[in-house]
Design a protein around this ligand. Structure first.
Ligand SMILES: [Zn+2]
Length: 357
């Protein structure tokens, strides 16, 4: 039998609470150092292969199961914190948990947010509303053409018959990313997982997410086909090592725009079109209305299907699904929140430089 000293326990708790503070401080300092960030970058390059191989072998989302266990664990801790007898032990367990969770998160993912911004590689000259309008004509044309090449169901709505080939195309296209924007190695590992929380995702508007602990790319299987391929490209960009949301969008765009996979191309061009329209929305709502009226009948059917999906899942509008969210609000004649989309700015600047070549 082990007899523990009460004071020793308090000392231990304080020690580990101190370690947690030291961690906060240390990672803060490291985030300011270019060398440290480069180190974590390289570490990610080394580990992602192994990390993805391990979890891609399992069919379901291990990350989601892991999150469920964490929630149960935390609930138990909270309950025990209210029980006098169990309080010291649970408090200690909580501190240890925070230490481990934070450490793993920072090493595997957190430090990647401090990488040099991709926008540094683009022109400093601001993107204008007029440029966005011009480009939206280009992408409308592309979308109309793309839409003719994809599968549809009996109701005339775009469907994806072969999701596997969409995933394969994303991985293949990642190999061809311009070196100017990405020198990250693609793994070619199919590690996309339908989330176990699809209902929650549908009603909160979350399309997908990357799990830093398992390196899996989760997506909501129930999403309308218009969203699905681009969401996969976005999540896969996180797997590649792009942490910031807008940069994952930009890499997703570079991945999907030239894809031979018709579904991926349509979904990507449509995402771009929606982003451009959302960019213009606040300054010229009439323009959005006009552009939507120019959609082909097939695109209109898809759009109606998207709107029905949003309507069915009430909460969909409430979350930070910035781009289409804004567009959906606009289409319903409500005042959309002004969303400054960094992705759209990058896209406009990229298109500007691509046009000059
Ligand atoms: Zn993301």
């Amino acid at each position: 039998m082990v007899h523990t000293n009460k004071y020793f326990n308090i000392y231990k708790k304080r020690f580990w609470a101190g370690i947690l503070l030291v961690q906060f401080f240390l990672f803060y300092i490291l985030s300011k150092s270019e060398n440290a960030i480069e180190f974590f970058n390289q570490l990610f390059e080394l580990k992602k292969n192994v990390h993805q191989i391990i979890f891609s072998k399992i069919q379901f989302s291990v990350g989601d199961a892991f999150y469920i266990l964490i929630v149960i664990f935390l609930l138990l801790i909270i309950v025990n914190l209210f029980k006098k007898k169990r309080r010291p032990k649970s408090a200690f367990a909580l501190i240890i948990f925070c230490n481990i969770f934070y450490l793993i998160y920072q090493i595997f993912w957190g430090m990647l947010y401090f990488q040099k911004s991709l926008s540094d590689k683009l022109s400093k000259e601001d993107a204008t509303i007029n440029e966005a309008k011009k480009l939206s004509f280009k992408y409308l044309k592309l979308c109309i053409a793309d839409r003719e090449n994809v599968d549809e169901n009996k109701q005339g709505i775009f469907v994806i018959k072969d999701l596997k080939s969409v995933k394969e195309s994303i991985l293949k296209e990642q190999k061809k990313l311009p070196s100017q924007f990405s020198t990250k190695k693609s793994t070619l590992i199919n590690d996309f997982k339908p989330s176990l929380f699809r209902n929650v995702m549908s009603s909160t508007g979350i399309l997908g997410y990357y799990n830093p602990f398992t390196a899996e790319a989760q997506f909501n299987e129930d999403l309308p086909a218009t969203f699905l391929p681009f969401t996969l490209a976005h999540e896969s960009s996180h797997q590649l090592g792009f942490a910031r949301e807008n940069e994952a969008n930009f890499i997703g765009y570079l991945t999907g725009k030239n894809s031979g996979n018709k579904a991926l191309k349509y979904s990507t061009d449509l995402f771009v079109l929606k982003s451009l329209l959302a960019f213009v929305a606040d300054s010229d709502p009439a323009f959005i209305k006009f552009m939507i009226s120019q959609f082909s009948p097939k695109m209109k059917a898809d759009r109606q299907n998207d709107l029905d999906f949003v309507k069915k899942h009430n909460g969909f509008l409430n979350v930070v699904f910035d781009v289409s969210n804004n567009l959906f609000l606009k289409s319903n004649q409500q005042k959309g929140s002004i969303t400054y989309s960094y992705f759209t700015v990058m896209l406009i600047k990229y298109e500007r430089s691509a046009g000059q070549k």
